[in-house]
Ligand binder design. Structure first.
Ligand code: SF4
Ligand code: SF4
Length: 413
């Protein structure tokens, strides 16, 4: 695609990056076929090709209006388009560059700005999130029915964490939402890794990965979270930790991008690059040791094979990290009966804060996803990201949980 970027961005690092991405796009339109918002709205400007064109216009100097902002806001950042694109257009990165520029030029109403600020403040802060969650759980009968389904029940006291007794150590990226809502997930990951001789180590000084701020166009705030995490992890990495592991793919995919996002920060660029290289989804740690797990599980085959499960692959896992099919293959090899799910490449509508900011589109995607997941009559739905897990659970009576918890049950129940 020919480009002629405007002077305000042309010679900046971001301008050069955006230009390189735009030039890769041949405008073929193949990506529109796999874009969830295009499928729902049937509008070229609510598909990746149209959004690329809108961002190009802004970078070339056209003044964006509220219409442009709305089309960009409606994007889920699911990156399904990246998986489809034959020329490797990094749409997600282009959107990260384009959205804040549009945000700055178009602005938001005070109410909308306050709502976004509230999300950026509450979600990453346990100090604020936990009391609010407890309050919502107490007031549950007084809440509207639709909201009741969105409030997760109080977390049950789970089985204990194993002591960090192995020489092989990996660091845990504790997703803010997951640590608050589903603490059993990381404990399950620690026990499964303990079975194969790897200690999962918590790093209390680390915190939010920065994804919420990044997706809400607060880039400097996001970079601040990233620098804080690097400072917290670095001494342990120097001491020999092998990886930084996440059981929430929405957070893991962001850490994998630290190297890129901090590339222009002389104090952090090298460290961030190393952090990205060490960032792993939990499945990437489990797959290499699956034979060992298989032999452990073979002592209790009935714990596994009785379960008919449907797996929802989060967009951050299959498109963001390009780990499509990895968890499904792992579970199948361990004896789970995985049911087919139609349109498994499509987003469930959770997408970080999307379900709050674009509730109508989110609900439609959720209804489609639940129908696809329930069609084979599974006993449970498994997934790999807390946002998807909570979103799906709000619309089904089937249990929805992280696949590592099912594996932990099979090993230690
Ligand atoms: S992003 Fe890729 S698939 Fe979409 S129009 Fe451009 S080249 Fe084609
Ligand atoms: S990221 Fe997802 S919603 Fe956004 S344009 Fe790409 S496919 Fe469509």
């Amino acid at each position: 695609m020919q480009t002629n970027l405007a002077p305000f961005i042309r010679d900046t690092a971001e301008g050069k990056e955006a230009e390189a991405i735009l030039r890769k796009c041949t405008h073929c339109g193949m990506c529109t076929a796999t874009c969830p918002t295009y499928q729902l709205l049937n509008d070229e400007l609510d598909g990746p090709r149209g959004r690329i064109y809108l961002i190009k216009q802004v970078l070339e100097g056209s003044a964006p209006g509220p219409g442009t902002q709305l089309h960009l806001d409606r994007c889920l950042t699911c990156r399904s388009c990246e998986t489809t694109c034959p020329t490797g257009v990094r749409y997600g990165r282009l959107l990260e560059i384009g959205r804040p520029i549009v945000e700055k030029q178009v602005g938001r109403t005070p109410a909308e700005s306050a709502r976004r600020k509230l999300l950026r403040t509450v979600i990453p802060s346990r100090r604020i999130f936990n009391p609010l969650l407890a309050l919502a759980q107490l007031a549950l009968p007084l809440l509207p029915q639709e909201l009741q389904r969105k409030v997760p029940p109080p977390a049950a006291a789970g089985r204990p964490w194993p002591a960090a007794r192995h020489a092989r150590k990996v660091l845990l990226l504790e997703s803010c939402a997951q640590a608050n809502v589903s603490p059993a997930t990381n404990a399950a990951a620690a026990r499964v890794l303990d079975h194969v001789g790897i200690a999962l180590v918590r790093v209390p000084k680390a915190g939010c990965c920065g994804a919420v701020s990044l997706h809400l166009s607060a880039q400097e705030e996001a970079l601040g979270y990233m620098r804080r995490n690097i400072d917290a992890w670095w001494p342990r990495i120097e001491a020999g930790a092998e990886a930084i592991v996440s059981t929430a793919s929405g957070c893991g995919v962001t850490v994998k991008d630290y190297g890129h996002l901090l590339a222009r920060d002389p104090a952090y660029a090298d460290k961030a690059k190393r952090i990205s290289a060490l960032a792993k989804d939990i499945s990437e740690v489990i797959v290499p040791v699956q034979d060992k797990l298989k032999s452990l599980i073979s002592h209790h085959p009935s714990r596994v094979t009785e379960q008919r499960v449907a797996f929802h692959s989060p967009c951050s896992l299959q498109h963001g990290m390009q780990l499509k099919g990895a968890v499904e293959a792992l579970l199948a090899s361990l004896g789970y009966a995985l049911l087919p799910v139609t349109d498994a490449h499509l987003c469930c509508g959770s997408a970080g804060t999307y379900s709050v900011l674009q509730p109508e589109l989110s609900k439609r995607l959720l209804a489609n996803k639940i129908a696809a997941l329930e069609s084979g009559k599974p006993a449970a739905i498994l997934t790999a990201n807390i946002g998807c897990q909570m979103h799906l659970q709000s619309a089904t009576n089937l249990p929805v949980r992280h696949w590592i918890e099912a594996l932990d049950d099979a090993l230690t129940r």
